[in-house]
Design a protein around this ligand. Structure first.
Ligand code: FPP
Length: 247
């Protein structure tokens, strides 16, 4: 007797309201590797492939901004060999994979403190930003050595220096001015943040920008994340009623 596996019904995004800006906390690489008896860096390698696939998919379906959390200001605390493996991955991606995004017209930007990286990596980051800045497709923000509290502290320092020099008056300080001093200046706040791996934490990611963001937590480790998981998150988002504090 033939046994037919019940196929998951195809999800359709037709006619749904898509978020303009999606944030993704790419979590679960370590657990994915551990489950398979592999070193953590194998999970990061797989996660990097998924990053590439999901980024292209977001661009294909018409997302305007995508921000991925690749390395936090706290991730330096990890064992030296894991940090080294991540730096190696970033380097090879900046050298090869990101040029793939050319076909998709993707603008590549880095948010975070670049000065923490080696001069070689910093140069590659700048090169990627420069070579993609005139494209008119989706903006991809890669958060590297990024911490939202650090981002806010930098904004406060920059604004206070301008007040001190007389360039700004204290009465000029408002929410827009703060937003304009963040790494994401000029971009809309994220409408949706997806966190795979089942953790209910924001982990110092876009704290200011996420004031009214919808969160979708998914029980999948990032290396297992598929296009259909993104579709599922988008359908959940489309059903949310966003009230921004109103009724
Ligand atoms: C969190 O999972 C993931 C990271 C700290 C690294 C994310 C990096 C990538 C997916 C590579 C992306 C590459 C480019 C070029 C942007 P975890 O290690 O904390 O997993 P765990 O919670 O299971 O331990």
């Amino acid at each position: 007797m033939a046994i037919f596996k019940k196929k998951k019904p195809e999800l359709s995004l037709e006619g749904i309201v898509l978020p303009k800006h999606i944030g993704i906390i790419m979590d679960g690489n370590g657990r994915w590797a551990k489950k398979r008896g592999l070193p953590r860096k194998a999970g990061h390698r797989e996660g990097a492939q998924v990053f590439r696939k999901i980024t292209r998919y977001c661009s294909e379906i018409g997302i305007k901004y995508l921000t991925v959390y690749a390395f936090s200001t706290e991730n330096w605390k990890r064992p030296e060999d894991e940090v080294g493996a991540l730096m190696g991955l970033f380097k090879s991606y900046l050298e090869e994979a990101l040029s793939d995004f050319k076909d998709d017209d993707i603008v590549v930007r880095f948010i975070g403190d670049k000065s923490g990286f080696s001069p070689e990596l910093q140069a590659l980051m700048t090169e990627n930003e420069e070579s993609s800045k005139n494209r008119d497709g989706m903006v991809l923000n890669i958060a590297m050595n990024y911490g939202s509290r650090d981002e806010i502290v930098r904004a406060v320092k920059s604004i206070s220096a301008k007040v001190k020099s007389g360039e700004l008056d204290e009465s000029d300080i408002d929410e827009k001015l703060v937003s304009d001093n963040l790494y994401t200046a000029g971009q809309p706040d994220p409408d949706l943040i997806i966190r795979p791996s089942g953790e209910y934490r924001i982990s110092n990611f876009m704290l200011w920008q996420a004031a009214y963001t919808e969160f979708v937590i998914m029980n999948k480790l990032w290396p297992d994340f598929q296009k259909s998981d993104l579709d599922e998150a988008l359908l959940i988002y489309a059903q949310r009623s966003r009230r921004y504090g109103g009724i």
